[in-house]
Design a protein around this ligand. Structure first.
Ligand SMILES: [Zn+2]
Length: 264
């Protein structure tokens, strides 16, 4: 499932079409990705509009078009965004294709857990607003993290890291990477964390997000070689620090990897 850095990379794919007018579009009106949306209005308003700019927030993206039109995309499990040539013929899973004179902007999603939303209005859509600060902003600080963790004091720390209302954009692999760096077991109960461990979790979260955006988010290149992610899915995966075999179990409903020597 795409997490923050992958989402950022996908968002930028449509930058090629900035300033370009939508001259036609193709969509699968009855597909699940459009649940609850007025696709007639989307079609009517987007044709003739220009793509202006976009932004990402956690795992969500927002594309602004001229004429006060907004398109929100959530990639879900298997959603992807890419650019094709102007004479592209949409395939089965290309649920939304925006044609410009020189290219086609494609949203594809084989498993349809993604979502496309449309809004027409001067202000950004209600569904885009969020009380949760972005991790790479200064508002995402120890005070915010502590208050969030205190509200979920019964949960294992891995579960809290997966909550988008606290750690927007973090998913399964980033959560494991963060806890490995912070030297905290994924199954540790939040109420048992020390102030030092909470500080380590905040530090590791900021670091993993920043370095992921610099690698994956820039050009889809791999995170640094010495990260846990490269070992996580291997049967014989080892801790990048001292080569202890990595352990696996289900924590918070997700396959989780950790180093029994690093993490307590
Ligand atoms: Zn280790």
């Amino acid at each position: 499932m795409p997490e923050l850095a992958e989402v950022e990379w996908f968002r930028k794919q449509w930058d090629a079409g900035r300033g370009g007018e939508i001259v036609d579009l193709s969509l699968h009106a009855r597909n699940r990705v459009f649940r609850g949306e007025n696709v007639q209005e989307l079609r009517k308003r987007l044709i003739g509009a220009k793509l202006l700019h976009s932004s990402a927030r956690g795992k969500r993206m927002l594309f602004k078009f001229s004429g006060d039109n907004w398109l929100g995309i959530h990639l879900g499990m298997t959603g992807k965004i890419r650019v094709e040539s102007a004479n592209y013929r949409p395939a089965n899973h290309d649920h939304l294709v925006l044609f410009q004179r020189d290219r086609a902007l494609v949203f594809t999603d084989s498993r349809q857990f993604g979502r496309v939303r449309f809004h027409h209005g001067v202000d950004e859509p209600d569904w885009w607003r969020s009380e949760t600060p972005e991790i790479n902003s200064s508002k995402f600080d120890q005070k915010f993290v502590d208050q969030f963790l205190d509200r979920h004091w019964k949960a294992p720390i891995k579960a809290a890291l997966l909550m988008q209302s606290g750690f927007p954009g973090i998913g399964n692999w980033m959560a494991d990477e963060i806890l490995w760096r912070a030297k905290v077991l994924p199954s540790r109960r939040i109420r048992k964390l020390t102030a030092r461990e909470r500080a380590a979790i905040l530090r590791a979260t900021k670091f993993v997000v920043r370095r992921s955006l610099e690698t994956l988010g820039q050009d889809f290149s791999d995170p640094p070689r010495n990260w846990l992610i490269h070992q996580k899915w291997k049967r014989s995966g080892i801790c990048p620090i001292h080569r202890t075999p990595v352990r696996h179990a289900t924590v918070a409903g997700r396959t989780t990897a950790w180093c029994p020597r690093c993490q307590k």
